[in-house]
Design a binder for this molecule. Structure first.
Ligand code: GAP
Length: 513
């Protein structure tokens, strides 16, 4: 009898449990509304997490917009005209296949659940007494969906249902409930009729929280191209919140219902209008795939944990010519970090069709209007921040001859929430005052520094190691004599002496490396 590989639905690898605990303890990420029992899949970034995510977004903006002449930025509204989502296809097709386990009632995405051969006999265990945890062994045959429950292993599934992942709300001063109650007053309707009235009434004022930032770059194509006099190849970049009513939320912030995206639509010349020497659409696709992969490596993600995975033909959207995922090897296996898609001219043409407004570029050389092709690198700020946290999380064993190991967040210095901590060795002899003055100097220089005088010096170093702080400066007895302090580097724990007067210069230089 086949036994499917059983995976407890909510069980995380041990390292994730440790990281989640560290994130709470050190102020990176908290569960949203924790005092009310939390809200599934919603998270709050604490003081250090907010700094980390801002640094991730700042690095993305720096490389994608500021460092290039061919990309400009956009900051569009989250709520857009509902026709945007009709044109993009999100209203009709942005739905996941939802399935329920009939035995343990686990709910999830059918396309993500473990597969098993159709018709094969399965043995599984179901909890029958929730107080004692007593389980009963049952048997069943795998149905036509060819999946089993990731929680209890049962092959007994509900039918697949699809529901739209977009969050719907209503815009305007008319409450849809008022309209509805007027329309329904005194009417005896069948279930089908009732559904129709409900759907029509809700639709009149319905708007949606955007499920991706990308569409605003298409709807604003002409505005941006003309106001900034851009000529393909050029890109429009945007960062901002997106919302998806995900059925399965998983792995901490990896898949949540509210998240931030960092997307860029790069408009390139289609093959028939290419000038000699110009990169082709496929060359741009390869270019952006490699650029994006290298961006993560340049900010410290280990190269062996990163790869580009081309999509199989059956994974591609019908309009897409190609797609590569930048994947990272998370503690639970390889998974998407970012997608780079070749979207052809589908989006511009769709919006042109639905809005009746031209969304073309006029090529003066060819004396023709054309729809540029689009290469889209689409990343998530939360997912990137999570990957940097996972990759940086290291539990170092005690060095030989000692019995104290340490936990370090080896974050790239440019991503680290606090760049420098300053300690007085002891709380006397003017050391606290000197240390505070150093913090002030760094604050004036725009470098985030923290002062800490609590506990023994070793514990203070450990605390900063867990926060990912790359440098610690200690004011000691020698400081008053020769104006020098020690500077300790987080990863190597190596200490040098530098002059206080040089401290800002030294740290700034190291941060830029
Ligand atoms: N415009 C294309 C687009 O939105 P996507 O692959 O659905 O493509 C792009 O999303 C990126 O956004 C993903 O690679 C991921 O980093 C992030 N992302 C998507 N859904 C997410 C979710 N539910 N929670 C956190 N991040 C998410």
């Amino acid at each position: 009898m086949a036994k499917p590989e059983k995976k407890k639905a909510n069980a995380e690898p041990e390292i994730m449990e440790k990281l989640v605990a560290l994130c709470k303890q050190r102020g990176f990420v908290f569960q949203s509304s924790e005092i009310y029992g939390g809200l599934k899949s919603c998270y709050d970034y604490g003081p250090l997490g907010a700094e980390l995510k801002r640094n991730v977004k700042a690095e993305w903006w720096r490389t994608m917009v500021h460092a290039r002449e061919d990309v400009v930025g956009l900051d569009a509204s989250i709520i857009m005209h509902p026709n945007v989502w009709r044109a993009s296809g999100h209203l009709a097709t942005f739905a996941d296949p939802m399935v329920d386990c009939k035995d343990c009632k686990e709910r999830g995405r059918a396309d993500k659940w473990p597969q098993a051969a159709k018709g094969s006999e399965i043995e599984f265990k179901v909890v029958v007494d929730h107080q004692s945890g007593k389980k009963e062994t049952r048997k069943g045959a795998v149905g036509d969906l060819g999946i089993v429950c990731p929680n209890c292993g049962s092959p007994n599934m509900s039918d697949i249902r699809r529901f739209n992942l977009m969050f719907r709300t209503s815009l305007g001063s008319i409450d849809p409930i008022e309209t509805l109650s007027r329309r329904l007053e005194g009417k005896a309707l069948s279930g089908e009729e009732l559904r129709k009235v409900l759907a029509e009434s809700i639709e009149e004022t319905a708007v949606y929280l955007r499920p991706e930032t990308a569409q605003a770059m298409f709807t604003n194509f002409t505005n941006v191209q003309q106001s900034m006099r851009m000529k393909p190849p050029f890109g429009i970049a945007q960062q901002g919140k997106s919302f998806r009513n995900e059925i399965t939320v998983e792995h901490f912030t990896f898949r949540s219902c509210e998240f931030e995206q960092m997307e860029m639509e790069f408009f390139v010349t289609p093959p028939e209008y290419l000038q000699p020497g110009e990169k082709t659409d496929m060359q741009w696709f390869e270019y952006w795939s490699n650029e994006r992969l290298n961006w993560y490596a340049s900010l410290g993600l280990r190269k062996e944990k990163l790869r580009l995975r081309p999509h199989e033909a059956n994974e591609l959207a019908h309009y897409a010519k190609a797609c590569n995922d930048v994947e990272y090897e998370y503690p639970w296996g390889w998974g998407e970090l970012e997608g780079i898609a070749h979207r052809t001219d589908y989006d511009l043409k769709q919006h042109e069709k639905h809005s009746g407004k031209k969304l073309t570029y006029f090529d003066p050389q060819a004396n023709k209007h054309y729809h540029p092709f689009v290469i889209e690198p689409a990343a998530g700020a939360d997912r990137a921040a999570l990957a940097f946290l996972i990759d940086g999380f290291v539990e170092e064993p005690p060095p030989p001859g000692t019995n104290e190991g340490r936990t370090v967040l080896r974050l790239h210095p440019r991503l680290a929430p606090i760049k420098l901590a300053v300690f007085p060795l002891v709380k006397k002899e003017g050391m606290p005052e000197s240390a505070r003055k150093i913090v002030e100097e760094f604050s004036k220089a725009g470098i985030k520094a923290a002062y800490d005088e609590k506990d023994a010096i070793g514990r203070r170093y450990r605390r900063q190691d867990e926060c990912g702080t790359p440098y610690c400066i200690t004011v000691d007895g020698q400081t008053a004599q020769d104006g020098s302090v020690t500077i300790r580097e987080r990863d190597s724990m190596k200490q040098d002496r530098i002059q206080v007067a040089e401290a800002v210069k030294v740290v700034r230089k190291r941060l830029a490396e």
